[in-house]
Design a protein around this ligand. Structure first.
Ligand SMILES: C[S@@+](CC[C@H](N)C(=O)[O-])C[C@H]1O[C@@H](n2cnc3c(N)ncnc32)[C@H](O)[C@@H]1O
Length: 386
């Protein structure tokens, strides 16, 4: 590993000197030891230390969670608490090792211990067993975990990531062309789509929309939920041929499907609103700019574009957006998680008159932006509504 030189700052303005001194003081083991004993600072030092240790140990917690999920322990505990011995027997694991696994998940807040010493689900643990798609999402993280094994190489872009192969569809129409893989991906997406659809529809008013085209709509789960919410709505799924034609694909009543690639084919006509649900973050800025321009051209005056996907926190980085989704999309190697500001800017460059952010219920599930095409055919002034 190459040793990098520590940055040198020959001349620092006074404010920076103060910040630098403070940083050096906080980094000094002597100060840390002293502060840990001082009544005023003790709590602060302990809180910082615990937070730091949480980050240091985070990968162990994630793997303890993975084992819990792989072994289906949350499902086994749904009806009643069980002992480490009983769970060990069911999972072919020595009881003392099972005890370590269970305790790690007690520390993680998913399990709790009963007075008898058995293990039971906490509220979060029960949710883990019930949230659609969460189990599948955790299980496929073994791929991302391997991709992150050499983090410096990963961040430098030197890793041949496995995740890029897991989602071959993002490489463009025709890539992969494997119906079994397409069905597996659609299944994982459909599971989590229910939550994304619910949160998107809670943030969006579909009144007045007659035909909603969901580009990259997969198996049509979002449109089914949208049609349930708006009885007069019809839907059109536009997705790659191997997704639209996957075995058993049936988007449902009032929904048609059209096969094609938004990178190389024209978009179907006639929709008065278009949705892009978890599509933009799979693609480069260039592809997104071209797609948004196509969407803008396909909409009638006043037509709306609904964008829903997890976003980064912009000036306030978040764990969901800037740790999980940013690294995930980086491992996919074709796209990136973007902030709401960035997506709005791309919409405006594509010609949209107005953009509006909608408060999403759970930003770790999705965030929503509505972009509106100008009512008249004249060029608009790019107004932002907030
Ligand atoms: C992350 S999935 C999201 C699926 C669905 N919207 C959801 O939220 O569950 C991205 C979708 O975009 C589709 N897609 C990717 N590239 C495409 C392209 N060039 N043309 C049309 N659809 C594409 C994929 O097949 C996939 O269904």
């Amino acid at each position: 590993m190459t040793e990098l030189p520590i940055a040198q700052h020959p001349v620092r303005p006074p404010q920076r000197r103060i910040v630098a001194r403070l940083n050096h003081l906080l980094a000094s083991p002597r100060f840390q030891a002293l502060a840990a004993g001082l009544p005023g600072l003790r709590r602060l030092v302990r809180r910082d230390g615990e937070a730091l240790f949480g980050l240091v140990a985070g990968f162990c917690s994630s793997q303890a969670l993975m084992a819990l999920v792989q072994l289906r322990i949350p499902e086994m505990l749904l009806d009643a608490p069980l002992s480490a011995q009983a769970l060990g027997r069911r999972c072919a694991m020595p009881p003392e090792r099972m005890d370590v696994l269970l305790r790690a998940n007690v520390a993680g807040g998913l399990l709790k211990m009963t007075r008898k010493g058995d293990f039971a689900l906490t509220r979060k643990g029960a949710a883990l067993a019930g949230v659609p798609g969460l189990r599948e999402m955790i299980l496929h993280h073994d791929v991302l975990y391997r991709d992150l094994a050499d983090p410096v190489a990963f961040f430098r872009g030197e890793t041949e990531t496995e995740l890029a192969g897991f989602w071959p569809y993002v490489l463009g129409a025709g890539a992969g062309g494997d119906p079994e893989l397409a069905a597996r991906y659609s299944d994982l997406m459909t599971q989590s789509q229910r939550m994304v659809a619910a949160d998107t529809l809670a943030a969006v008013d579909l009144t007045g929309i007659r035909l909603l085209m969901d580009i990259g709509g997969g198996s049509g789960a979002f449109l089914r939920a949208a049609c349930d919410a708006a009885p007069d709505l019809r839907g059109l799924v536009f997705d790659l041929p191997e997704v639209v034609g996957a075995a058993g694909a049936d988007p449902g009543p009032r929904i048609r499907a059209a096969a094609g690639s938004f990178t190389s084919d024209p978009l179907p006509e006639g929709a008065d609103a278009i949705s892009l649900i978890r599509v933009l973050y799979d693609h480069s800025d260039q592809t997104v700019a071209q797609l948004l321009a196509k969407v803008h051209a396909a909409l009638p005056p006043g037509g709306r574009l609904i964008i829903s996907e997890p976003m980064t926190g912009g000036a306030r980085p978040s764990v969901a957006g800037d740790v999980y989704f940013a690294l995930y999309t980086m491992a996919m190697r074709t796209g990136r998680a973007r902030s709401a500001d960035r997506i709005e800017a791309l919409c405006k460059t594509a010609g949209f008159a107005r953009t509006q952010r909608r408060v999403a219920r759970r930003p770790f599930v999705t965030s929503v932006i509505i972009a509106e095409k100008c009512q008249s055919k004249l060029t608009d002034n790019n107004v932002r509504l907030n």
